[in-house]
Design a binder for this molecule. Sequence first.
Ligand code: LLP
Length: 431
Amino acid sequence: MGPTDPVERGLLPLTSVVAPDGRLSVGGVDLVDLAGELGTPLYVYDEQELRMRCREAVQAWGDGVAYATKAFLCLAMARLAFEEGMCLDVSTGGELAVALAAGVTPDRLVLHGNNKSDEELAAAFAARVGRIVVDSFDEIDRIERLAGDVAGWRPKVLARITPGVEVHTHEFVRTGQDDSKFGFGLASGAATEAVERLRRLDRAGTVELVGIHAHLGSQVFSLDPFVRAIDILATFFAPLALSELVVGGGLGVAYVNGEQAPTMAEWAASVKAACARAGIPGSVRVTAEPGRSIVASAGVTLYRVGTVKPVPGYRTYVSVDGGMSDNPRPVLYDSGYEAFLPREATAARPLPIRLVGKHCESGDVVVSEGFVPEDLAVGDVLATPVTGAYGHSMASNYNKVPRPAVVFVADGAARVVVRRETVDDLLRLDV
Ligand code: LLP
């Protein structure tokens, strides 16, 4: 499929159905009607796909697999992942608070962060979270100081290791290499020292050291780096006789026509096979923390077209009513997206355009080299698929644009799970 062909079925949410007249519905809800009712921009999630992806992760990895909430978090999403049997990875006190407010049992939470504050650690201890992934020597000092405060309980901890594996992804989301702000480097000997210190704390009854963690990066298309990381980590891990090995997140997803990503099952199978080959005993809990691959393709953003501006000799600019405030990924990482009209979802898209937002800078691009149907017009509802990950969670109020609502669709009904911001919201923090 080329760029001017209709958006591939695989990029649309699971329950997408195109009616004979070309209109797209998700979860039994017509997207053009939904945009009319709830306004735009609008983040729409296919609830059935979200649930299916969580189940797929639990099936592939087993108990302990955690949803990385940074990809998309609100009360409804936290509840959904919890209900579907996933643990939740939270990387700040804010994510922790939202997960707890959603009713997620604390023992299902994994706390991350390269710079956890005293307050964040204290909140995690007070809640008695299931796991804490320790990232630095300063954090070990802090844990030593604070952990004893909770009577009759000690945190289960994992040491975050940087295995020195580089992955082919954007520099900003690469994390497994030696030159990283995250974790304890293997090559420098920091990992060995960290484990020794945590072992001492374990013997003193302050923590329980249960395992090792490594996260290589995000939007990784090849399974090879994971296999390489296991080969490297296994040598370090095996003599420690610990019971948990976590390979982080990072499974890539297809964003545009022609892209292919491994499935959750393939990812888990190749990691587990590498563990077996490396002699890691079957009793070790090998698990992961997928974020993007759980939520990305379940989400579609709906915009309304406000202006169409042909610039002769150059290109046609199509402006929508959102932009870098609801999806900063194109600006930050040069990420590609598709665009289509939900009123004719299977139409060819011969018209080359640049899809831009409403923000006051030229960099405010949603799709740099996009294609749309020839009859696209002002007033049309336009959709960008695969926007379920790191869109809502990284949204801003730049130019005082209120953030969009989030709606879950399922069984013919739409449920607003995060309401649209208003001007009052924009003013509520000013004193
Ligand atoms: N575990 C850890 C320790 C992580 O740092 C991350 C992501 C994940 C799990 C989940 O990774 P995923 O499965 O979603 O790739 N804002 C960027 C992505 C940043 C990812 C940060 N860490 C983006 O929009 O592409």
